[in-house]
Design a protein around this ligand. Structure first.
Ligand code: GAP
Length: 522
């Protein structure tokens, strides 16, 4: 677990482990890859599906109790990725879903202008030095080397705040001289495509940049068919696409990703209560997956960050290795007022009112929207689970030591890499081994056990190598339980279960194994 705040896990370490162990691969790798796209391998897809299923179970099938202990009503939806372009005109995405970008004429690099930090001399004289957020050290090095100055004599401003006449004085991060950056300009993040055989403007359509609008345009269908009453929610999980200017930090910001969003429709007078409820509930949910609360925080948006129609928005943030010691967004919970339903009423002509059958009151519900990234959630699970430790060799009862990145292995210890996924989310939950691969009676019994268990759990069979090495291989992919069939199994119908985190072993009767595993929460 990422418990030591002094040793963040480098992104390269996670990326390399993900490739080596079959979690996540660069998309189209054999053709040189494609920036901003990733493929989930056999273990990655299990982890992602487990996270998705946990969200669906805890939001739709069995939502939490409300603030007064009442049962909540949330229904599911799976809307199309390509929708009528009028949806995106109504939602404001066509007009305003933009990021500022700047190009370097020399290096041809493209930057998010709001991610470029410019070091400007406090006396206003001379070259300005730009660096991407997180890479400020590069600019400081250049200040010392080229300007022979002290970075403390510079103030730092976003590139979007730089006056036009200053732009020729800015030295871009990848340029060999100042003056190669273009002024910032707006760039729409929607992916465009064409419907049907002709590619004229009349056939233009867009890949959805969020799952939320699919919910708003089906609000009336759900209301008319499901007999739901205010307050209620509609939830959806699925792919979204954003033509990000600079996809960065592995799967944190990609161009194709998955979201888990829920729109909570409530009476306008109750919206503040529900906003508070959902912010707290969502942060608690991430903690319930085994994420250390010290690595999670709630960040309230300042008034300058809020959309004009929104009265409040908070992010659940996580301390990623690459943001450390700072935090980055994992989920946003927005109080959206009645903006979306009003916009779709205006643009489609379909009334989005709710008629209360008891009071006869007609209202346009207000919406609280917990919107999280499924792919980004996977990154959090990987980051949180990753640990390296020094384990005493042989029968020594010395303590296991936490290994700092790059630290040499002390004498008498060996290094162990382990992914401490919560057992219910682990891509492989149970591994089954015969003690020896050249004893058919052990192999047959282990294979039978594997076949029996895989009906209920995600299982892996391995008969190759010494038992200790098989344990280490499972530790590296985060398998919480390894079950060994040995000679006692043949005579007494027992199995040995070794637990990943404690590395302790217990002997169980084989017919008690399933109920024992269930008691462990899987
Ligand atoms: N409907 C509101 C909405 O889409 P958002 O903050 O833009 O809000 C919600 O997105 C979540 O989706 C984010 O908190 C993040 O977890 C995830 N997300 C957004 N853009 C992403 C990207 N380019 N790559 C991966 N995840 C992304």
């Amino acid at each position: 677990m990422q418990t030591d705040s002094l040793s963040p896990i480098p992104l390269e370490t996670l990326t390399a482990l993900c490739k080596r162990r079959g979690f996540i691969f660069q998309s189209s790798e054999i053709y040189g890859g494609l920036n901003g796209f990733w493929d989930f391998g056999p273990l990655g897809v299990e982890l992602k599906n487990n996270l998705r299923d946990a969200w669906w179970r805890d939001m739709v099938r069995s939502p939490p109790l409300g603030p007064d202990g009442e049962a909540l009503d949330i229904v599911g939806l799976d809307s199309a990725i390509i929708q009528n372009p009028a949806v995106w005109a109504a939602s404001g995405h066509l007009g305003g879903f933009n990021d500022p970008m700047a190009d370097c004429r020399e290096s041809k690099a493209r930057y998010r202008a709001d991610h470029l930090m410019v070091y400007r001399p406090k006396n206003g004289q001379g070259t300005r030095f730009a660096a991407l957020t997180g890479e400020e050290a590069r600019a400081e090095k250049r200040i010392k080397k080229v300007a022979k100055a002290d970075p403390a004599d510079y103030e730092v401003v976003e590139y979007t705040q730089i006056a036009e006449e200053e732009i020729p004085m800015v030295w871009g991060p990848d340029a060999s001289e100042p003056g190669t950056l273009t002024p910032p300009r707006e760039f729409n993040l929607m992916f465009k495509t064409f419907i049907g055989a002709t590619s004229g403007e009349d056939n233009v359509a867009y890949l959805r940049p969020e799952t939320a609008q699919g919910i708003f345009i089906n609000y009336k269908n759900v209301l008319d068919t499901m007999r739901v009453k205010l307050p209620f929610g509609i939830a959806q999980v699925g792919k979204s696409f954003r033509n990000e200017v600079t996809p960065r930090n592995f799967i944190f910001r990609s161009r194709e990703f998955e979201q888990m969003e829920m729109e909570w429709f409530c009476h306008p007078e109750e919206a503040t209560k529900w906003y508070e409820y959902w912010v707290k509930t969502r942060l608690d949910w991430w903690a319930s997956l085994g994420i250390d609360l010290n690595n999670l925080r709630r960040r309230e948006h300042g008034s300058d960050e809020l959309a004009f129609y929104s009265t409040a928005c908070a992010d659940v943030e996580y301390k990623y290795g690459f943001t450390h010691p700072d935090y980055g967004e994992l989920e946003g919970i927005a109080h959206r007022g009645n903006h979306d339903l009003t916009q779709h009423t205006k643009h489609s002509g379909t009334k989005m009112e709710y008629h209360d059958p008891q009071t006869n009151e007609k209202v346009i519900p207000h919406v609280i929207e917990p919107a999280s990234g499924l792919t980004r959630g996977v990154l959090v699970l990987l980051n949180e689970a990753f640990a390296e430790e020094f384990v005493p060799k042989g029968d020594s009862d010395a303590e296991v030591l936490q290994a700092a990145p790059g630290a040499p292995t002390p004498d008498g210890y060996e290094k162990r890499s382990v992914m401490r996924f919560s057992p219910r989310l682990a891509p492989v939950q149970v591994a089954v081994f015969p003690l020896l691969k050249n004893r058919p009676e052990l192999v047959n019994k282990a294979r039978d056990l594997h076949n029996e268990l895989r009906g209920n759990w995600s299982c892996f069979y391995d008969q190759t190598g010494a038992i200790g090495r098989r344990y280490r291989r499972q530790d590296e992919i985060g398998t919480p339980f390894c079950v060994t069939v040995d000679f006692d199994s043949l005579e007494q119908d027992t199995v040995t279960v070794r637990e990943r985190d404690s590395m302790k072993q217990v002997t169980l009767k084989q017919d008690e194994l399933s109920s024992w595993l269930r008691e462990q929460g899987i």
